[in-house]
Write a protein that binds this ligand. Structure first.
Ligand SMILES: [Zn+2]
Length: 216
C-alpha cells in the first residue's frame, strides 16, 4: 500500500505540522493542554475548602489533608496490614484507634477540643469527622473560615503528634497541648498580619478568652 502512495516532494511546498488536541488543531504545542488530556483532573471536592487556604501552615495542612483522606497510619489501619500490631488507641487504650476515635472521641482529644472550641464559641464537640468538616465549611460569625481552619488543623496536628508517646513513653498533659495550640495560633496570625484574611483574627481568637485555673 505504501508503494501506491506518491512520495512527498519539495514541489508541493515546505513541510508543516498540526497538533490535534480535543478536536481542535493548532500549530503550536501546548504542554498544558497535552497534560490535561493525558491526565484529566478530578472534579473539585467540596471538602477542599476546609483544607486549603491562603496562609496555611504546610505541616498542619498536610497532616489534616492526609487525615481527611483517612490515610494516616492509625492503629486501626496498621492492624489491618497483618503486622500483629495492637489496634487499641495509643493515648487512652480503651477503644480501637480509628481516625474518629483518635481525633474526636478519645477522652484526651475531647478535653483538648473542649478548651479549643470554647474559644470559637462552640459548646459541644463534633459527632465525627464529617461533622467537623461541615462545621469548618459553615459560616459561624464572627469567626472567620480562615481562623477555624487554622485552629482545627493545628489541633489535629498536635493530637497526631501525641503518637510520639509510643516511642518516648512521655505523655503531654492536655493543658500543655492546649498551650502549644494557643501559641501556634497566635504566632501564625501575628506572622501573617499583612494579609487581609488574618488582620482581625487575633481579636476573634480572644473573644471568649478566659483564664482557666488549670492552665495557669
Ligand atoms: Zn483514645
Amino acid at each position: 500500500m505504501l508503494l501506491s502512495i506518491t512520495a512527498p516532494t519539495s514541489n508541493g511546498g515546505s513541510d508543516f505540522y498540526w497538533w490535534f488536541v480535543e478536536g481542535s488543531t493548532t500549530t503550536s504545542f501546548s504542554t498544558k493542554l497535552t497534560w490535561e488530556k493525558l491526565c484529566p483532573a478530578a472534579p473539585p471536592q467540596r471538602w477542599a475548602k476546609a483544607i486549603w487556604y491562603k496562609g496555611h501552615i504546610p505541616k498542619h495542612t498536610f497532616t489534616f489533608w492526609v487525615a481527611n483522606l483517612n490515610r494516616l497510619p492509625t492503629r486501626e489501619r496498621t492492624a489491618r496490614w497483618g503486622t500483629n500490631a495492637p489496634s487499641l488507641c495509643c493515648i487512652c487504650g480503651f477503644a480501637v484507634e480509628s481516625r474518629t476515635h483518635m481525633f474526636i472521641h478519645c477522652q484526651y482529644s475531647s478535653m483538648v477540643w473542649r478548651l479549643v472550641l470554647h474559644r470559637l464559641g462552640r459548646n459541644q464537640s463534633f459527632l465525627d469527622w464529617p461533622d467537623m468538616i461541615e462545621w469548618l465549611l459553615a459560616c459561624t460569625r464572627p469567626f472567620s473560615l480562615t481562623l477555624k481552619r487554622l485552629v482545627v488543623q493545628t489541633v489535629i496536628y498536635h493530637i497526631w503528634k501525641e503518637k510520639k508517646r509510643l516511642h518516648t513513653s512521655i505523655a503531654s498533659p492536655v493543658a500543655s497541648v492546649f498551650k502549644l495550640i494557643d501559641r501556634s495560633v497566635r504566632n501564625s496570625i501575628l506572622a501573617r498580619l499583612k494579609s487581609n484574611k488574618f488582620k482581625n483574627l487575633l481579636s476573634q481568637w480572644f473573644i471568649h478568652y478566659k483564664k482557666c485555673p488549670f492552665l495557669a
